[in-house]
Design a protein around this ligand. Sequence first.
Ligand code: HEM
Length: 263
Amino acid sequence: MSQHDERGGRSRHHDEPARDETASVPAPEEIRRIGLANALREVTAPLHRVAERAGVISDIVRGRSSRAAYALLLRNLYAVYDALEAGLERHRDSPAVGRLARPEVYRAEALRRDLATLYGGIDVALAVPLLPAGADYVDAVIDAGAGDGVRLIGHAYTRYLGDLSGGQTVSRVLAQTLGLAPDARHLYAFDVVEPLDAYKERYRDAIDQAAHETERPDAILAEAMRAFRLNVALFWAVKDATEAPDTPPTVAAAPSSGTGAHQ
Ligand code: HEM
């Protein structure tokens, strides 16, 4: 894999055609047979390994990140979740997408609270412009919500099951290495009544059921692969932006008890 691919095609402008993700995914019947959730895990496994090692996420798990980088990541992810959750709600009555319209996992409100903490006010946070990679990701989510919106399921899988899984590790590391208080880590604090593992199983069941409500479960797989690549591109872009010598002061987050280098 070239460095360009490792970085999720980070230089691709969003006007360029997306790569054909459908070339490597199983046919609809096969997906329903093995279960869409299993198929998603299988086809995205190599991309998961890339994502874990990408840019700011890799820095976070190694304890090398900064509060400013984390804040900028959340600023961009906020716009992504906002678009995703608007799309899921718009398709709430759809038999396929409606199964994933689950407000108990929605993260936009949680992120608003994190951003207010990290930037010292939500208005300050939202005044920070999106990175081009963040804007690309938002555009892709809006595009996935067009028509029957079924491709939104690929985005929901990638972010929510990620936050419910590895996100829990990320949250612990952020507390240990950057001294981030719970007030800056709502992203990973899920208010679900059952243990997270049990909830994740139900989420996976809902994904499996959705595959029987659409003729295009293969499009969901392709979109999840695209979502992983968009995340990878964003993780590198955040790292690059916060390590650049001319980092604008707006991305330097408000002071706190954190130990990050960019305070
Ligand atoms: C350093 C960061 C990460 C770590 C340590 C990590 C770790 C894990 C682990 C241990 C699981 C398996 C949980 C289980 O089987 O119940 C998992 C699942 C998952 N992760 Fe990550 N992850 C990381 C980053 C990411 C990123 C950046 C994304 C996407 C943007 C992501 C998306 C997912 C998804 C979608 C699943 C669900 C897999 C499935 O059950 O189908 N992860 N992660």
